[in-house]
Design a protein around this ligand. Structure first.
Ligand code: MSP
Length: 529
């Protein structure tokens, strides 16, 4: 087991706007962060996983009024009925859930901005320019799209392809422009600060153009955290929301805890990388707080070649998939088939194909074959292995390689590669069984050989349970159970990734049972219907 030091692997998701129910796009980030949190716990590292909801701003206010509710009523209802329950739907192991309407957040945010104001980082001015409510972002005129109908007065947000508003507001500004050089120096000194490379390049180019000061207050509506030195303004939603990562970690109230947790790794969609890699570190620099450990931007889930989004009514709720395929297959599908950092498209046909080939016919079939044969030929008691031949030695080294490859891939946040390595190993074990044909060996007198083949297969499954626990926690637990592994090895959660590749851990004598199928055949109905 790793020595636990005073630092913690602290991983966050963006906090989500409470405008509607969650989509598989939002759940994608949360599931990825969950896999990372579980992986680090399985390494024996102290880990903290934060997610939550972003509840202020114009967009949430508009959603609430469209439904005839006050924003507080609206967010209370949606958080309780949708955003917290969805975490169970996709089996999320978060340690905390922050809402930006909580006092633990709002008090600290006011203190933070008061300090920046007192220290001369904020001044009063007027914002004249475009604003996209869907992004909650002040836009640069040069990045807008022309109106398809040719109206020169209308410009569209490039992400939402909806008209931007022209604002003219007396606001307070943060001197963001003063931080350009320090930010460029940060990206230079820490090349992994922003990932992947495409996101890093975008951020560096953006900062090199020269930064403009940022409007940090709004004065035309009041749904937000009041500006402490001028209560006729509320804080701009983004500079309130970004602070969730520190307010939830004890910033300003629990210095020891904050010291232990901070800095964090932030997973974000590529649409919000500038907020996290430019504005956020600049805010922290102004407050003399350490910048994040890393900002990693993943791609978009697309439908018909476009970003899936609630505003375009292309969003799918995670339950629509989980109800048919289960939460583990859901998690596996999105994390395994999309290169983490690139866009990916979702289709029911592809999901069904992956489920059938890799899960039902792959891992599910392997587990049921092995447990059934141990039951049939050895009354469910795992026999000891005899001498290992070339086939077995091949598996032993394939496992060691798989464990090393998967861990190194997770370290680079190549989650899909880590899962792919384990899937490849499952394929190798299935191939080994097909080649060795233990059902034929069972017809001979060679009990020793039969014992060796089945021990080797079961021991391989022991490692697969540990390696897949972060992505498919339920399946891994069911597999651990059906291998009878707990009696000899202890709880699945206590198995360390550093040792997973060491051969021969599952004790002979373990009691195997053929549990329910890990991935039941799909009913012949149309998925999603
Ligand atoms: N509230 C801000 C984030 C504040 S963080 C301090 C926000 N919220 S959001 O509800 O719009 O969620 C954005 C995040 O949801 C994206 O960054 C991404 O992580 C995830 N996704 C939403 N739609 C998505 C896709 N279609 N595809 C992949 N991820 C998507 O922005």
């Amino acid at each position: 087991m790793n020595e636990q030091d005073d630092t913690t692997f602290y991983i966050t998701t963006p906090i989500y706007y409470v405008t509607a129910a969650p989509s598989i796009g939002n759940a994608y980030t949360t599931v990825a962060a969950d896999m990372l949190a579980r992986w680090h716990r399985q390494r024996g590292e102290s880990t903290w996983f934060l997610t939550g909801t972003d509840e202020h701003g114009q967009k949430v206010l508009e959603a609430a009024s469209e439904h005839g509710a006050s924003p507080q009523e609206w967010t209370d209802k949606l958080v309780a009925e949708e955003w917290q329950p969805v975490l169970d739907v996709v089996d999320i192991s978060n340690d905390d859930f922050i809402r930006t309407t909580e006092k633990r957040h709002t008090d600290r945010v006011r203190e933070f901005w008061q300090t920046l104001y007192d220290n001369g980082h904020v001044y009063q001015g007027t914002y004249e320019g475009p604003y996209c409510v869907a992004c909650e972002e002040f836009k640069l005129p040069a990045e807008l799209l022309p109106d398809p109908a040719g109206d020169a007065a209308v410009k569209l947000c490039p992400i939402h392809e909806r008209p931007v508003q022209q604002l003219s507001e007396s606001n307070y500004f943060f001197r963001l422009s003063a931080f350009g050089d320090r930010l460029l120096e940060l990206y230079d000194r820490r090349p992994d600060f922003v990932g992947p490379t495409s996101a890093r390049n975008e951020v560096v180019a953006f900062v090199k153009q020269g930064l403009q000061d940022l409007s940090v207050t709004r004065s035309t509506f009041d749904w937000g955290i009041g500006v402490p030195w001028d209560e006729s303004h509320v804080l701009y939603v983004w500079i309130d929301a970004l602070l969730n990562y520190v307010t939830a970690a004890g910033y300003g109230t629990e210095p020891d805890r904050f010291e232990r947790l901070w800095p964090a790794v932030h997973l974000v969609g590529k649409d919000i990388v500038r907020f996290h890699a430019v504005i956020w570190p600049a805010m922290l620099m102004a407050a003399e707080v350490e910048v994040p450990q890393q900002v990693f931007a993943h791609g978009w889930l697309q439908v018909g070649g476009q970003k899936m989004s609630k505003s375009k009514a292309t969003a799918i709720h995670p339950s629509e998939i989980v109800d048919t395929f289960g939460s583990d297959a859901y998690r596996y599908y999105f994390l395994r088939t999309i290169a983490f950092g690139s866009d990916g498209s979702f289709s029911w046909e592809h999901l069904e194909a992956v489920y059938t080939s890799e899960l039902a016919n792959g891992l599910g079939n392997l587990a049921s074959r092995v447990t059934a044969m141990v039951a049939r030929y050895f009354d469910g008691t795992l026999p000891p292995a005899g001498a290992l031949g070339a086939g077995e030695e091949g598996l032993v080294s394939a496992l060691a390689d798989t464990a090393a490859t998967a861990d190194a891939a997770v370290e680079r946040l190549a989650l899909n590669e880590a899962i792919g390595a384990v899937e490849g190993f499952v394929g190798v074990v299935n191939g080994y069984i097909s080649e060795q044909q233990p059902w034929q060996v069972a017809k001979t007198e060679n009990r020793d050989r039969l014992a060796t083949i089945l021990y080797v297969a079961a021991e391989s499954l022991r490692a697969v349970a540990v390696l897949h626990a972060a992505v498919m926690p339920r399946t891994a637990a069911a597999l651990w159970d059906s291998l009878g592994a707990e009696a000899g090895l202890g709880a699945l959660a206590d198995q360390r990734l550093a040792a997973v590749g060491e051969w021969g851990q599952l004790p002979a004598g373990s009691r195997l049972t053929k549990g329910a199928s890990l991935f039941p055949r799909l009913a012949a109905t149309e998925p999603g219907s």
